[in-house]
Design a protein around this ligand. Structure first.
Ligand code: GYE
Length: 306
């Protein structure tokens, strides 16, 4: 090929890079945008992408990773459904000499040599931003503020960390009380179902904190069906800032959104190239993101990419 020179490595010059990617599922708008970003950037990088969808099940992801090991792909990348239980399969990849890159979600493996890098958001910080908004909003309250929480997938890094970051900030004001907290599995359907149950069990809900937009959107349906006004009768905070979430925010139905950027494809492909070229890469690459009030959502919406 054109770029081949006596010093260039034959692998880099001649052979198409094969990347095996084990995706979580298709549970949310965030996930769809993330999948699209990975597929488009792999194509742009000229990689042969092997893509699998685990339907939110760890066992399916482990199977996919094992099949990538068997196929001897050049690099394996994945977004781990849950944080724990990865050491065995990661060790298998390491023994086979296949580098692994984590994107989006973290693992809790103590041995950090099991993967090359982790590219994704700081979910604790996202939870803290959500908590800070609530803290500021209710700083002068004399009354108790009853908060319900829709958690993401049980055991996933974003659910664990968004819960922890939020709790850590709001504890500064004892009037802020999380009266119910349950998983809505990051989906609209489950968000709606659990919000319905919350509304049945608690007559005085002031605030909903949803770990993603999709669950907030499902909950909005439940709130409206109960004859309440989302964004007024119940103040709503969510995470992601995908199009549908931003639309609801611009309509005043979601009061505050913490951004979580799903467009990780370009950074991942860059990391794949670096790893294959034998370059040192940082163990952790944190995505930059902001927050939106309803007003800011209205302004930002026309130029959003996802
Ligand atoms: O917030 C949620 C998705 O891991 C950051 O997964 C991701 C989360 C995202 O289902 O919408």
């Amino acid at each position: 090929s054109e770029s081949a020179s006596p010093s260039a490595s034959p692998a880099a010059a001649d052979k198409q890079v094969v990347l095996g990617f084990a995706q979580v599922g298709a549970e949310s708008g965030w996930r769809s945008a993330n999948t699209k970003s990975i597929q488009e950037s792999a194509a742009a990088a000229g990689f042969d992408l092997k893509f699998s969808d685990a339907q939110q099940k760890q066992e399916n992801q482990i199977k996919a990773i094992r099949s990538y090991i068997q196929q001897k792909v050049d690099v394996i990348a994945f977004s781990p459904v849950v944080e724990s239980g990865w050491d065995t399969v990661l060790k298998e990849a390491k023994d086979a000499g296949i580098p692994v890159i984590l994107t989006d979600r973290a693992v809790d493996s103590k041995d950090t040599t099991l993967y090359k890098t982790f590219i994704g958001s700081d979910f604790v910080e996202e939870g803290r931003k959500a908590g800070q908004w609530v803290l500021d909003q209710y700083k002068d309250t004399q009354d108790d503020i009853n908060i319900v929480e829709l958690q993401g997938t049980t055991g996933s890094a974003p659910a664990n960390d968004r819960k922890a970051g939020f709790a850590d900030v709001i504890k500064a004001n004892p009037k802020l009380k999380v009266i119910a907290s349950q998983t809505g599995e990051f989906t609209r359907a489950k968000g709606k179902e659990v919000m319905q149950a919350f509304l049945k069990a608690n007559k005085d809900i002031d605030v909903l904190y949803a770990h993603n937009d999709d669950m907030a959107l499902g909950a909005i349906q439940a709130i409206e069906a109960a004859g309440l006004v989302p964004g007024k009768d119940i103040i709503i905070i969510s995470v992601d800032a995908v199009k549908d979430g931003m639309t609801a925010a611009s309509e005043g139905k979601i009061n505050f959104i913490v951004e979580c950027n799903p467009l990780l494809g370009p950074q991942l492909m860059e990391a794949v190239n670096d790893v294959l070229a034998g370059k040192e890469i940082p163990q952790r690459v944190v995505t930059k993101e902001g927050t939106f009030t309803s007003e800011q959502a209205k302004e930002a919406l026309p130029s959003r990419q996802y």
